[in-house]
Design a protein around this ligand. Structure first.
Ligand code: HEM
Length: 405
């Protein structure tokens, strides 16, 4: 069964051949693209928590090992996301090589310090009124429409709010954002590689226009005079946009999916708003919008008895680790009451997500504004997961309607 159901995995950790019909790297990513990857990941974890996929790629699936690797200071930044998005779209630099996620050591801490100034809890906290107002506005309009006919929660709420928050942060004119960014780049299920070059050109043009938003803040020197170059500002603007919108869309939409599939939790939530943060944490674990991140080995190393050569690519299965029963008992049960300590969905160590607080705030605000009405929602079509990017788990659309009574 192992060999036939895992086409593409060349070797298990004991070296035996387990399948070779499709190129191995694509085989491993194909699982992430499938609607129900959990059982296959569990099988891989039980068989080989560090799976030698071939071609220098190792897939790590146990919580303890992913947690260890993601924090290992000797490992280099991965290019998993960058690889899935590579393509410079006629630019004379590659934004995926300049943005924070691709950097190590001093260049990373220098650039991260300069970007992080705008993502401290106090800075992000100042966005709360804007987020709440917009969540209420979008959710009200959504429920007004969903009473007469099925409506797509993703395009009307889950994607709209994170896109609007990023537009607001960058202080970009709504019409310009709609035509040049959201409508064309952000909201389409397109190859991520196509998005990078176009977004970079969009932000280059915005830099020329000037303004008071995040671009000019990122360009300003800190108190020691250090500052990001124009190319670094543009590259990190592209990172912030691509890292923020799809993932937060996934968090908001996946929270609704989890609640629609767990009527007991939904009922409890309606009468107990204090459950909202726990529902968000459990969604992050159970249906994580980010399915993986990665690291490179500078030197050879041994991981759980598997010898890994220098220059290997470690694909860290966040989604798989989140369902590891050794860390989370009954992992396939959506249970907001569980202990969420050690959640890996925002990564860990030096590259820990800069937008974790912001994403949580947005998801909580949407649930808060839906609370009294969430019980009336029903799913009218099976969930259609997006498959263009194997590192994110987000539905293409979520058609729901309200039922009266
Ligand atoms: C639910 C939503 C989100 C999820 C699941 C998520 C997940 C992640 C993950 C897994 C990483 C890589 C960590 C690592 O390699 O150790 C990351 C990095 C990053 N995220 Fe997020 N993210 C989310 C939302 C956001 C938002 C809203 C922003 C910004 C507004 C953001 C900005 C970033 C940045 C800048 C990095 C790179 C940090 C670095 O390399 O130093 N993310 N995120």
């Amino acid at each position: 069964m192992w060999g036939s159901s895992y086409n593409g995995f060349m070797k298990s950790s004991d070296g035996s051949e387990v399948g070779s019909e499709v190129p191995p790297i694509w085989g491993i990513y194909e699982i992430a693209r499938s609607p129900d990857p959990w059982a296959r990941w569990a099988e891989i974890r039980e068989h080989s928590p560090v799976l030698d996929v071939g071609e220098g790629l190792f897939f790590v699936t146990s919580w303890a090992l992913v947690d260890q690797v993601v924090r290992d200071p000797d490992l280099l930044a991965g290019s998993g996301v960058a690889r899935s998005m590579s393509g410079t779209g006629n630019l004379d630099y590659d934004p995926t090589q300049l943005w924070l996620m691709a950097l190590d050591g001093t260049p990373h801490s220098r650039a991260r310090g300069l970007v992080r100034r705008e993502f401290t809890s106090s800075r992000v906290g100042m966005l709360l009124p804007f987020i709440e107002d917009n969540a209420n506005r979008l959710v009200d309009a959504f429920f007004a429409g969903a009473a007469s006919e099925p409506k797509d929660f993703v395009s009307h709420v889950a994607q709209r709010l994170p896109s609007e928050v990023i537009r607001h942060l960058f202080d970009i004119d709504s019409k310009v954002w709609e035509t040049d960014a959201h409508g064309d780049l952000v909201s389409r299920d397109i190859d991520p590689a196509e998005t990078i070059g176009s977004l970079a050109r969009f932000f280059e043009a915005q830099c020329e226009i000037g303004g008071e938003g995040l671009l000019s803040k990122l360009r300003s020197p800190d108190e020691s005079g250090a500052k990001l170059s124009l190319e670094e500002v543009v590259s990190n603007a592209v990172l912030l946009t691509t890292a923020a919108i799809d993932t937060t869309t996934g968090l908001i939409a996946n929270a609704l999916i989890c609640l629609l599939r767990s009527p007991g939790v939904r009922e409890r939530l309606c009468s107990n708003p204090s459950l909202i943060p726990a529902v968000v944490e459990e969604t992050l674990r159970f249906e994580p919008p980010a399915l993986s991140c990665s690291r490179y080995t500078r030197e050879s190393m041994s991981l759980d008895g598997v010898e890994i050569p220098a220059g290997s690519h470690l694909l860290l299965g966040i989604g798989a680790a989140n369902r590891d029963s050794a860390k989370y008992p009954n992992p396939n049960q959506f249970d907001p009451d569980r202990d969420h300590t050690g959640l890996l969905t925002f990564g860990g160590g030096r590259h820990f997500c800069l937008g974790a607080t912001l994403a949580r705030m947005e998801a909580r605000a949407v649930l808060e504004s839906m609370l009294s009405r969430i019980g009336s929602l029903t799913l009218v079509e099976p969930v259609d997961w997006r498959s263009s990017n194997p590192t994110v788990r987000v539905p293409r659309a979520l058609w729901v309607r309200t039922t009266s009574g």
